[in-house]
Design a protein around this ligand. Structure first.
Ligand code: URA
Length: 199
């Protein structure tokens, strides 16, 4: 089973590497950067979904390895969960220029790869990081009727209304905490719910 998952995730990696029809593909080639597919346990109970790679991520091919990643690492440590035990990815797999917000057409082209990653890993809990991830996942999980601004929904856990039994835990994006100690504290508090949701 583990091997099937690895094989299916490898297939996704190859497809994204060759995704010439993406509006961000040429950018990747011009800047000699890497797509960021995702990393972590293929049997993860917790799956963290960010927005899109930043500069450090596109340089290394690893999700959340820059300053937002440092905050995510600290948050994981605070709940006693090892980074290797979770799976970490983004909706958009290539870096939008100058870290701008992802465009709807970028979310549309990369979203199906994320959907497949979720289907393969089958986490117990999808942890959305930031408002783009929150909106994307809530729509996919038939929770669009419960959508509210992230300032209202952060820290809440919703039960999917799709056919697959998964919980959605809504969190602020760790990057929002870099220069904002209040958000950092809120994120820290919100994360404390996660251990109770896994086995
Ligand atoms: N921000 C994201 O949304 N994802 C990353 O991988 C890094 C920063």
């Amino acid at each position: 089973m583990g091997n099937d998952r690895s094989q299916a995730l490898k297939q996704i990696r190859e497809e994204v590497q060759n995704l010439k029809e993406s509006p961000l593909y040429q950018e990747r080639v011009n800047n000699q950067t890497l797509p960021v597919i995702g990393e972590g346990s293929h049997n993860a109970q917790l799956m963290f979904i960010g927005e899109a790679p930043g500069r450090n991520e596109a340089k290394t091919g690893r999700p959340f390895c820059g300053s937002a990643g440092k905050i995510l690492d600290d948050l994981l440590t605070s709940i006693g969960v090892k980074r290797e035990a979770v799976y970490i990815t983004n909706i958009v797999k290539d870096r939008p220029p100058s870290n701008r917000d992802p465009l709807p057409e970028e979310i549309a082209i990369y979203g199906p790869f994320l959907d497949r990653q979720i289907d393969i890993i089958k986490p117990l809990v999808i942890v959305t990081l930031g408002r783009f991830s929150m909106s994307y996942i809530m729509e996919k999980q038939n929770l669009q009727d419960s959508l509210q601004p992230i300032s209202e929904l952060h820290g809440q856990v919703l039960e999917s209304k799709s056919n697959s039994p998964v919980k959605v835990a809504v969190m602020y994006h760790p990057a929002a905490a870099i220069y904002n100690p209040k958000i950092k504290k809120v994120l820290h508090n919100d994360f404390q719910i996660l251990p109770s949701l896994i086995k």
